[in-house]
Design a protein around this ligand. Sequence first.
Ligand SMILES: [Zn+2]
Length: 310
Amino acid sequence: MWPSSRLASIGCRSVLILLASVLLAALPPFAFEVPAAKPKRQAEDLAVRWQPTAPVNGSPVVFRVTSRERLQSLSGQWLEHEVFFSSDVRGKLWYGIAGASLETRPGHYLLELKGATITGQPVSFQKPILVGKGKYHSIVASVPKQYTEPNAEQLQKIDQDKALKERAFARITSEREWAGRFHPPVKAQVSDVFGTSRIFNGRVQSVHQGLDYAVPKGTPVAALNSGTVLLAQSLFFEGNCVVLDHGQGLLTLYMHLSKIEVKEGEPVASGQKIGLSGGTGRATGPHLHVAVRWQGVYLNPATLLSLQLP
Ligand SMILES: [Zn+2]
């Protein structure tokens, strides 16, 4: 039984192959060469990578998008914010900066990319980006009541500052002004990290939205990257404060300075001295507080400083 059934099956297959060959030969050759419709744009037209590779809540994220074809434009959407992209001269390599706020819950968040080739063909790409849970500390402190309750005159100054900051922060420059790595503002140890909850008198009062460097008064403070001076003023809480706009919605803030050495509207180079550290504003002592803000969201400066950027 075995041999004959095997023979029969081989015979069957041979007939099928023969039939297929006849059919193929009968069909006109161009049927296989000309696609019936325009090929659908494949997802592989765009590829995206990001740094840090495992972002957490509070992380800045730099997206690197490569395109097979030259693109005239590219924009993105992530965590309900627009992500601005800038390209190299060839339009095939694009960088955009974004971030996940401290409030972002762990999970996948879809990055949606839309662009157009130089011939006007639309391209799009979607990629879920995993945001993990950052490890942040909390400290418990007890402070006298009057320290958290400013007087009427101080409240007026606080309100003025608030309006001033809101105006400054409302500006989003889509163009990229930052280039290459972000550098620490001073050569010193970090004395307080980002994301620490400060629980005053039994309830959460504030979250530390920046990095502290314990430097003596008069230490030169350098710009983290190239940009434009958005704000250079004395504020109630922040003291002498400089805010730099690095484009793509990214700002860096330098607080409690003893001296400001730049003017609003002035361009600054990466590493340029913008002032001297101090203890102005509501500071317990001389130190530099540096913050990173992206479209209204405070991000971890330490993460930004660790990214390997071209
Ligand atoms: Zn601080």
